[in-house]
Design a protein around this ligand. Structure first.
Ligand code: NAD
Ligand code: UFG
Length: 331
């Protein structure tokens, strides 16, 4: 297939591009490099032996998108591009709504103009807000998002669903990711955020490397087995594989929603312990105040994706820790 991947040099996008190229797809990446580097294209080539087509372009730039679609005539789009820092979105709501929502509207408009009606969209478990119970199923209510980032995902799910109502040529797959961590086994691509990481795993690996002094564990008084927050950590390679599984199920699907998670929740301290065990490196930590906007527990029921797509996460927490450390060491 000819697949246009927005945000393809980013963390999840790069791992997905590797798997697309490995199975013989033609890949066209569009990324403005606001949170990634052009050298990721070299790394993708090193891993796969194939170089994806790469455009440094913004999805807000309709003329640029139009020329790219005219030149490559993609059959489907996997849409990763977006701003994703929860905390930053609270202080920069306009930037988040503009980039994520206006950017997606531009993309959809250009897709329609070029008769490309298949889209896989990167949504998030944040659309469930504070779930009434866990594990979370796709039919749980959405809404009650606690930050503008999460709200962009909620609105975009709605916009994509409305689009299908208006025109049945669209096939829309909304993928609600849980917590991707880990890196490609080669150590060539991984989670490489600019500045001080917001997310747990890149923080842990930088403490392990000695770049940051200690991890702050945000709260140990949650109603969980050890008091720290519980999340559904999923290896980024499994998450990428979920996109590949979806591509085989995109003919006349209407609008489909899938959780991509493991179905198992681990706490922050479980992850720290697993990391120490997998790498033999101590991760100094202190217990800090709860972080605003966090919830106690968030983990998925992934059975819909298993039953309908034949996809299942296979990597262990140890695999995730080892690969994340392997990437950090190499970078
Ligand atoms: P990332 O920041 O590594 O990748 C996103 C890429 O999009 C970056 O390379 C960035 O340069 C690019 N980009 C941003 N705005 C753009 C624009 N206007 N035009 C072109 N390119 C643009 O993030 P990621 O972790 O790979 O996330 C990919 C997608 O998955 C995002 O939409 C994110 O919201 C979503 N998601 C991520 C997580 C997570 O924990 N990582 C969880 C749920 C959902
Ligand atoms: N945490 C710490 N210390 C840190 C960083 C995180 O204790 O330095 C804790 C958090 O309090 C939370 C857990 O680790 O309990 C996970 O936090 P992350 O920031 O890694 O991830 P979140 O669950 O907050 O959110 C992530 C992405 C969102 C995505 C969501 C989907 O950042 O974009 O997963 O579940 F929507």
């Amino acid at each position: 297939m000819r697949i246009l991947v927005t945000g393809g040099t980013g963390y999840i996008g790069s791992h997905t591009c590797v798997q697309l190229l490995e199975r013989g797809d033609e890949v066209i990446i569009v990324d403005n490099l606001s949170n990634s580097k052009a050298t990721v294209v070299d790394s993708i080539e090193k891993i796969t032996g194939k170089r994806p087509v790469f455009y440094e372009a913004d999805i807000l730039d309709k003329n640029a998108l139009d020329s790219i679609f005219a030149a490559h005539k993609p059959e489907a789009v996997i849409h990763f591009a977006g701003l994703k820092a929860v905390g930053e979105s609270v202080s920069k709501p306009l930037e988040y709504y503009h980039n994520n929502i206006t950017g997606t509207l531009m993309l959809l408009d250009v897709m329609r103009a070029h008769n490309c009606f298949k889209i896989v969209f990167s949504s998030s478990a944040t659309v469930y807000g504070t779930p009434a119970s866990v594990p979370i199923r796709e039919d749980f209510p959405t809404g009650g998002t606690t930050n503008p980032y999460g709200t962009t995902k909620l609105y975009l799910e709605r916009i994509l669903s409305d689009l299908y109502v208006s025109d049945k040529r669209w096939s829309v797959v909304l993928l609600r990711y849980f917590n991707p961590i880990g890196a490609h086994e080669s150590g060539l691509i991984g989670d490489n955020p600019n500045g001080i990481p917001n997310n747990l795993m890149p923080y842990v690996t930088r403490v392990a490397k000695g770049v940051l002094p200690e991890l702050a564990v945000y709260g140990n008084d949650y109603p969980t087995h050890d008091g720290t927050g519980v999340r559904d950590f999923i290896h980024v390679e499994d998450l990428a594989a979920g996109h590949i599984a979806v591509l085989g199920h995109m003919e006349d699907v209407g609008v489909q929603v899938y959780n991509l998670g493991t179905g198992v929740g681990y706490s922050v301290l479980d992850l720290v312990n697993a990391f120490e065990k997998a790498t033999g490196i101590k991760v100094p930590y202190r217990i800090a105040e709860r972080r605003a906007g966090d919830i106690a527990e968030c983990w998925s029921d992934p059975s819909k994706a298993q039953n309908e797509l034949g996809w299942k996460a296979t990597h262990t927490l140890e695999d995730m820790c080892r690969s994340a450390w392997n990437f950090e060491k190499a970078n």
